[in-house]
Design a protein around this ligand. Structure first.
Ligand SMILES: *Cc1c(COP(=O)(O)O)cnc(C)c1O
Length: 230
């Protein structure tokens, strides 16, 4: 399937999910997660007008950036970042979706040369040990601790749902993230407007949209997965 065909199917599903939940498709940004594919397929996404590109590792991000020269592209790093790699990447991305510890925030703040990096705080709602992210009980004090970092803006929260066929469980995870988001948003902090929700991937994005996602991160279903031959 071409990226264009996949994108059309995904947009249909977004539209349906919006109808179910009284939302508007314009409020949802689709990120093309290109970590499983090569430069050609990433370029194909851009040529379809998908200008938000996402990678989960620094190396993949730099590789795509070197090949794709297009001022329209908005670059997202969605995976966890080792502190020692911060300096190589923070001034080259528009959004970082996996802020999950103070040490990382400190390093980002130190290495940013100008402006503010738009960050999502990653929350491990499901509590699985294999997942990154803060526990939801730790979230509020973490947000408090970010207040003096002039180069960081908390635009929202991010989570990954458990890999399960139980859609009720997935829905609860997304719903809980939204509750956390609303709580922080309602604090009215200038450094943490926290209006956005980064949640939903290939297999669960319709549920995420129904539960309020504003950024959905789609790899396999949009650009494919060379490792799986899809
Ligand atoms: C790989 C990845 C995705 C996309 O996964 P698909 O299931 O291929 O859509 C989304 N978010 C993060 C953090 C990822 O690492």
């Amino acid at each position: 399937m071409t990226v264009k065909e996949n994108f059309r199917n995904i947009n249909e599903k977004i539209k349906e999910a919006c109808q179910h939940s009284g939302r508007s498709p314009e409020d949802i940004t689709v990120l093309a997660v290109t970590k499983y594919v090569g430069i050609d397929r990433a370029q194909e996404a851009v040529d379809c007008g998908i200008t938000n590109l996402a990678e989960n590792r620094k190396e993949g991000l730099l590789e795509k950036q070197e090949a794709i020269h297009d001022d329209r592209v908005i670059w997202h790093l969605i995976g966890t970042l080792q502190t020692r790699k911060v300096k190589d990447v923070v001034n080259r991305i528009d959004y970082f979706h996996a802020l999950d510890r103070l040490k990382l925030a400190k390093e980002i703040n130190k290495r940013m040369t100008a402006g503010k990096l738009k960050c999502f705080v990653e929350v491990n709602i499901s509590g699985e040990e294999t997942k990154h992210g803060l526990k939801k009980e730790e979230l509020d004090s973490f947000i408090d601790a970010l207040k003096d970092f002039e180069h960081i803006q908390i635009v929202g929260l991010m989570t990954m749902a458990p890999n399960t066929a139980d859609s009720g469980l997935i829905r609860n995870v997304f719903r809980e993230l939204r509750v956390c988001r609303d709580r922080i948003k309602n604090r009215g902090l200038d450094y943490a407007p926290c209006t956005e929700l980064s949640m939903g991937m290939s297999h669960d994005f319709p549920i995420a949209v129904e539960e309020g996602a504003t950024f959905i991160r789609i790899g396999t279903a949009l650009v494919g997965n060379d490792l799986k031959g899809s």
